[in-house]
Design a protein around this ligand. Structure first.
Ligand SMILES: Cc1ncc(COP(=O)(O)O)c(C=O)c1O
Length: 358
């Protein structure tokens, strides 16, 4: 027997990390209404599924990413050299974090809480200290505000719209941070569902701004894992140079390119989701025991005015409706419900009405 102890080899900060709790759902979903992952209920364009079913190149490594970058660049009116692609926005965020200095005297990272759990997770695995500024969970018409007086410069990451609160980040607040020279990363995973404009255009003016987007939500491609960041050319070049090769499959690349050439279909679905979301929020107004928070995303965070979130989750699960609840104290009285098809949201509402009267 050797005396091998893995702790002698693994970096200390990695030893006690509880992995990110990813979704676990029944393999056979046909009976279920899946509203726990902010996925797109309409799926991708039929042109995507047709094209992918005709591919037969499993044995090949993925082809160059240049065509995809050019297509995204044309779509967003930026240059391909401004783009870094990754296997989901998740991978782009982790790539950025992995490149940040992790000496606390040089660099700090900040965000708000509650927000997307991967920011904290990625900070931890990259040994970066992350400050989470608590935000009240309520609706603010101009979005949430963040200010900081820090020296030295820090990097900040915000989801706008934010998951799970559905709020955007106030533009003035972001401009202030940019003018102070901080590195600001805006995660626009849900921007298509928002009435507010993307900040991609601002990346031309601010070399310290990075905007992240994904095909997971509006294009219905969460399972194919494809996202990207838009940023100044030098930073993009550095990140592209340290990127693992071949993390984006030919399937994901083709699906993304076809999606950008079939935006009419996808935008119609986005419109349907927005309408369904707004109706759902209006219908919840009559429910005593649930208070919805107006949302700019394809989900609604609901305050539970009675019972434990686990009881509500179980009640909905027994009705074959999957929703998201959280173990964090700040979200103990909330549940997040993704927006499904109109028919399915009626079933959700019926279930909630029943729960309300229980
Ligand atoms: C704010 C936010 N950013 C990024 C992601 C992940 O996106 P992707 O599927 O492209 O990795 C999510 C997923 O839920 C999210 O909520």
């Amino acid at each position: 027997m050797s005396n091998f102890n893995y702790k002698d080899y693994i970096q200390d900060h990695l030893l006690n990390i509880n992995g990110y709790k990813s979704l676990t759902y029944p393999k056979e979903l046909s009976d279920f209404i899946k509203l726990d992952g902010n996925e797109n209920p309409y799926g991708p364009s039929n042109k995507v599924t047709d094209a992918l079913s005709n591919r037969n190149d499993y044995q090949l490594y993925p082809n160059s990413i240049d065509e995809l970058k050019q297509t995204i660049a044309d779509y967003l009116n930026v240059q391909p050299s401004n783009i870094v692609c990754g296997a989901g926005a998740d991978a782009v965020i982790n790539l950025i974090f992995s490149s940040l200095k992790n000496n606390y005297d040089d660099m700090q990272l900040a965000t708000i809480t509650p927000t997307f759990g991967m920011y904290k997770h990625d900070a931890m695995i990259n040994n970066i200290d992350i400050d989470e500024l608590e935000q009240e969970i309520n609706y603010r018409p101009n979005g949430y505000y963040f200010d900081v007086d820090a020296e030295p410069q820090i990097a900040l990451i915000f989801a706008s719209p934010n998951n799970p609160t559905g709020q955007i980040m106030e533009k003035d607040s972001m401009l202030k941070l940019l003018d102070k020279g901080h590195m600001v990363i805006i995660d626009e995973a849900y921007i298509k569902f928002s009435q507010y404009q993307s900040y991609v255009e601002l990346t031309k003016e601010y070399s310290n701004l990075i905007v992240i987007q994904t095909f997971s939500k509006w294009a219905g491609l969460a399972g194919l894992r494809i996202g990207y960041g838009i940023m100044n050319e030098e930073l993009a070049s550095t990140l592209n140079a340290i990127q693992q090769p071949y993390t984006i499959t030919n399937y994901a690349m083709e699906a993304a390119i076809i999606s950008l050439n079939d935006t009419e279909y996808l935008n119609d679905n986005v419109k349907k989701i927005i309408e369904t979301r707004n109706n759902f929020i209006n219908q919840l107004v009559d429910i005593t025991n649930i208070t919805p928070i107006p949302s700019e995303g394809n989900f609604v965070l609901c305050h539970l005015n009675k019972g434990a979130n686990t009881d509500f989750h179980k009640f909905m699960y027994d009705k074959k409706i999957l929703i998201r609840i959280y173990s964090d104290a700040i979200l103990a009285k909330y549940a997040r419900i993704s927006i499904g098809t109109t028919d399915n949201m009626q079933k959700v509402l019926n279930a909630i009405e029943e729960w309300d009267k229980k």
